[in-house]
Write a protein that binds this ligand. Sequence first.
Ligand code: NI
Length: 184
Amino acid sequence: MAKLEVLKYPEKSLKEPSEPVKEVTEEHRQLFQDMIETMYLSHGLGLAAPQVGLNITLFVMDVARPNPLDEENPISNPLCLINPKIIEKSDETIIYEEGCLSCPDLLVDVKRSKAVVVEALNEKGELITHNFTELEAVCAQHEMDHLQGTLLTDQISRLKRELYRKKRMRLKKEEEESFDSNLL
Ligand code: NI
C-alpha cells in the first residue's frame, strides 16, 4: 500500500467531471487499497478518485472512523463504490457541517438528503445496492459531488470563495518557498 497525494483546491482537475469505469480490474483494486490507506492516514471519512488525481467515478468511505493502522482499534469496514448512482433519496433532509481533505480549513453547513439508496459496483465488479442514512448518506453524497467536479467551495458565496482561493494560493506559495529554502 502507498499513501497518495491528495490534491487541494484550487487544483483545476478537482472541478472536472469524472469518467465512468468500463471494467473493474486489478489496477482498480490496487488503487482502492492505496486510497483506503490514504483516507485513514489523513483521518478522512471518504476519498474520491479525483482527489488523488484520477478523474474516474469511484470512491471509498468508512464513516466509523476506525483506524486499522492503530493497533488498539484495528476494526475497519471500508466500502469501495464504482460508478455510483443515487436511485432513491428521502425528502427528509439533514444539515451537517462538512469538511473536505481537498479544502483544508473550510467547514460548511450543507443540506442533503437524510437517506439515499445508492447502486454501485464493488471492488469485485458486483452490482451492490447500499442503503445509507445519516452520516453515511452525507458522506456518500459528498463523495459523489467530487465525481461531478463539485466541491465545498461551490456551497459558499462568491465573495467567501474568492477569499478562500486567495488564502489557499498564498499558503501554497509559502509551502513551495519553504521547500526551496531547504534545498542545500
Ligand atoms: Ni471531499
